[in-house]
Ligand binder design. Sequence first.
Ligand SMILES: *[C@@H]1O[C@H](CO)[C@@H](O)[C@H](O)[C@H]1NC(C)=O
Ligand SMILES: *[C@@H]1O[C@H](CO)[C@@H](O)[C@H](O)[C@H]1NC(C)=O
Ligand SMILES: *[C@@H]1O[C@H](CO)[C@@H](O)[C@H](O)[C@H]1NC(C)=O
Ligand SMILES: *[C@@H]1O[C@H](CO)[C@@H](O)[C@H](O)[C@H]1NC(C)=O
Length: 387
Amino acid sequence: MLRFPTLVSLLALALPHVARADPCVVFDASFNLYAFGLNGKDWNAGTQDAWASGTAQDVTTSGRPPFDGTGTTCYLAQFFNAIYVLNGDKANPSNVHIYDAGAKSWSTQATTPGTFDFSSFDAILDHDTNVIYALSKNELFFLNMGDLKAANETALTWTDVGKAPYDPSYEPVMGLAQNHIHFLNVPGTPAGDAQIFVIHYSFFQPEPQAYPLPDGKTFPATHGQVASFFQESGVQQEFAFIPDDGSTTYVINVETNTTQALPGPSTKDPKASYAAGISSLVQLDSTGAISFLPYKQGDASTNAQAAWAKVANVAAAAPPGSSPSSPSGPNSTNPSSTGPNGSKPTTNGGGSQTNGNSDSGAVKLSGTSMSAMVVLAGMFGVFACVL
Ligand SMILES: *[C@@H]1O[C@H](CO)[C@@H](O)[C@H](O)[C@H]1NC(C)=O
Ligand SMILES: *[C@@H]1O[C@H](CO)[C@@H](O)[C@H](O)[C@H]1NC(C)=O
Ligand SMILES: *[C@@H]1O[C@H](CO)[C@@H](O)[C@H](O)[C@H]1NC(C)=O
Ligand SMILES: *[C@@H]1O[C@H](CO)[C@@H](O)[C@H](O)[C@H]1NC(C)=O
């Protein structure tokens, strides 16, 4: 359609494929739930007991990213009570924005992306190493966040680990548990199975692992979103997988290698994103509405009774439906358009543990030794991939 060049239409033409901006949901280390970039602001909904009523707190403050991009994802670094934001600034996609949830302050970390493509990836933040792993166009990258809860002046480098041994058409669906990345819906992999990358050894397991349901059924081989649940202490043991059709919520346990089937979200939305804490799974849908499913690990009968409910205090502060994004320019939003080719990266690896800034995790290594290990592991991974 031709338009006369008003300012608005010129902006629209300059950004032909720009979808609405994406907010994100994420927890801090005390399990306060945040909605960043929702209706142009940032909200703290507090802990789960506070979600049913009242009004979420406006925590919009200086230094925040504009939250004007698509595919925005947020990750909680539990050991540091810090939240990392990818794709929070459309104009500067390689910036990682860091929210120090303790200090309630933002800073901007520069990164050197190399060939990493911010428009097409899925990622997790590894709990123990504080390293982001991302699969982009079937190439695995990592970004070592070290012990950052505020940006360093030195840019961080996205390191190319090597190719994943998957079909190049693979659209990644990544779940983190036990420092293993679980790749779901890998072409050629049976329903109910995950392919695994072992982070500490930078190693793609040759065989998939099966995670059957109690009745012998399987979760489907289909695209979806993932969020890892957290523990009181220690690494994640479980992650939720929500297929794009939203029919069921699957919770995969990598200790027992089993899967539970729980109710799918009330809003079936392939563009929804998710975050998990210890005792809830949270959905942010593409209208900006936030819902949650209460959850209790190891308690199948309680989980069988659980029902999705609204996070009402955020809805009271930022009503869904009108503008889920951050309108930092004149009506830049187009709520009906989709992100890059339909699916956006999952928000997993976010969330955190209740022991706050504790360094008690036995597997927490020093930054230096861990960096060396990651680099060595990365080299090994490249070597292994070449072989
Ligand atoms: C989206 O699809 C278009 C056309 O099909 C393609 O050119 C583009 O590379 C895709 N983008 C992503 C992020 O996959
Ligand atoms: C910040 O950068 C300097 C210089 O590269 C480095 O020595 C230091 O370890 C970095 N700090 C953190 C917290 O990563
Ligand atoms: C579960 O799967 C992991 C990964 O393949 C494997 O190492 C572990 O031995 C399995 N555990 C059980 C109880 O089968
Ligand atoms: C901006 O969006 C609002 C709400 O959809 C609409 O009423 C208004 O006309 C729009 N303004 C422009 C300049 O497009």
